[in-house]
Design a protein around this ligand. Sequence first.
Ligand SMILES: [Zn+2]
Length: 93
Amino acid sequence: MRANAQRMCVACRLKADQSTFFRIVSAADGRIGINPGRALEGRSAYICKNISCYDLALKNRSLQRSLRRPVPEELMQELKELILKDTKRREIV
Ligand SMILES: [Zn+2]
């Protein structure tokens, strides 16, 4: 695996390793998913595991722009819950 494959957050433009971000994948067949692993291949967008980046992306429609397609509200909701869950987990640790 290639080291230092840098990804960029669609909201704050931070560049970091892929593990820093949630990955949203839009497949050619119209499916869209968060961190789908190898189940889904397609155009990817990355966002920090950070509610401020979520809010910014929601406001600026950054994910939609990056993926060049509409992003369903359910997916945004799912992403928000993942971020909140991750934030809570990190606060406990
Ligand atoms: Zn960010």
